[in-house]
Design a protein. Structure first.
Length: 193
């Protein structure tokens, strides 16, 4: 099976359920940013070692949900009625489901009183990159919402919560590995002093 079709050689790409758009189109940029975020979270997940199974599990859950978000945005807007909740469309329940996970991490973290410079640990740095990429995806989707190209803003809310969750996970991985965290505290500004 060949993976190339040559259809995109003209700078366009096909939408799910029909139609073509320029690859620079706002919708394509939005689901492309979601794809980048999923890949960045994959790098973070690959850095999970013993004792980080919880983080690894939650990252995989996020990555799977990002496929749902990407599918929703890759669909032609006029085909929104053909999408399936939780499979190709983000739901408000999926958004709400992230909040107790965020709380679970934040209950075990005391945030520093200043901005955190990424790099406390390899894993937390990768998570911060994933968070920043999620924020870019959120900005792209916010543009679609402002242009009234989203039937539902649940996907926008989901990206907002997902970025919050990845931030919480990054801080958790900083403090849950005290040897690494303490050794880099002064250099990263991630400490609480």
């Amino acid at each position: 099976m060949k993976i190339y079709t040559r259809k995109g050689d003209d700078g366009t790409t096909g939408l799910w359920y029909g139609g073509r758009r320029l690859k620079s189109d706002a919708r394509i940029e939005a689901y492309g940013a979601i794809d980048e975020a999923g890949s960045a979270l994959g790098v973070a997940r690959s850095l999970c070692r013993a004792g980080k199974e919880e983080v690894e599990r939650d990252l995989l859950h996020l990555q799977r949900d990002l496929f749902v978000a990407g599918a929703e945005l890759a669909a032609a807007p006029e085909a929104a009625g053909r999408l399936e909740d939780g499979v190709s469309r983000i739901t408000t329940e999926m958004v709400a489901g992230l909040e107790p996970i965020i709380d679970r991490y934040m209950e075990r973290v005391e945030l520093p009183p200043k901005f955190v410079i990424p790099g406390g640990t390899e894993l937390s740095a990768a998570l911060d990159l994933g968070r920043a990429t999620l924020r870019r995806a959120e900005r792209r989707v916010a543009g679609l919402a402002a242009a009234e190209e989203l039937p539902s803003i649940a996907v926008l809310a989901y990206l907002n919560r997902a970025a919050d969750l990845v931030y919480a996970m990054a801080r958790f991985t900083d403090v849950s590995d005290p040897a690494l965290f303490e050794g880099r505290r002064g250099a990263t500004g991630a400490g609480t002093d």
